[in-house]
Write a protein that binds this ligand. Structure first.
Ligand code: SF4
Length: 219
């Protein structure tokens, strides 16, 4: 099994942030509690995500936060994403899908955030949201929409499952089998792939193990 050098896969799509970017950070305000960015409390995490969503340097922060992430070890909320979301983003990039962060920022701007919010309610999948935004004239791809949904406080699961193990197994063994096998061959853990799919860890790991065991038996 080939283990990727994760560091070498870091995105280079946006320029290095200017040295003074932190001066404009929303979390420097006195009414923002720094502990919210490292807490296990859901209320605190929600406040941290909300602060990031208003931050003018969210793209710069995400770039710098990711450069500090090490392999599977990452913690805290930075650049609007929590550790699990950054891990899922890493796997997106292993598959060659890199977000356009400026476009993602446009999607959470006052002009587009209402539309994004309505699509989050009406579409069951990232694919559907992306198609709708393209019809609106925005050249977006699924990973860019995924980051925008994360930034706006949504879940953005990659699979449109019904919340039960059976429908998840059908997707894992069907349309998502090829990328999952690629991720496994590159060294991704089951838990990482569950994060990439956007499903709860325990359910996702179980579905992945069962399905891939069946595939190995059949081959
Ligand atoms: S994106 Fe979030 S963590 Fe980063 S500087 Fe802005 S408020 Fe702080």
């Amino acid at each position: 099994m080939t283990i990727l050098n994760v560091e070498s896969r870091r995105p280079t799509t946006i320029a290095a942030p200017p040295p003074d970017w932190k001066v404009r950070a929303f979390c420097r305000r006195k009414d923002v509690d720094a502990e919210d960015f490292f807490t296990t409390s859901q209320a605190g995490q929600k406040r941290a995500h909300a602060a990031c969503a208003q931050c003018p340097v969210i793209t710069e922060c995400l770039q710098v936060t990711r450069s500090h992430d090490e392999g599977v070890y990452r913690w805290g909320i930075g650049g609007g994403l929590d550790a699990l979301q950054r891990r899922a983003l890493e796997l997106e990039e292993w598959l060659g899908c890199r977000p356009n962060l400026e476009m993602a920022r446009l999607l959470i701007s006052p002009r587009w955030s209402g539309r994004l919010s309505r699509l989050r309610s009406s579409c069951r999948s990232l694919e559907g949201m992306t198609r709708a935004l393209r019809r609106d004239g925005l050249m977006v791809d699924e990973v860019t929409v995924r980051v925008a949904v994360w930034w706006s406080g949504g879940d953005a699961p990659r699979v449109a499952w019904r919340g039960d193990t059976r429908s998840l197994r059908a997707l894992v063994g069907g349309e998502f089998l090829e990328p999952i096998l690629r991720l496994r061959s590159m060294g991704a853990r089951y838990a990482d792939i569950a994060a990439w799919l956007g499903v709860p860890r325990e359910t996702g790991v179980r579905a992945l193990k069962d399905t891939l065991a069946g595939v190995e038996e059949a081959s």
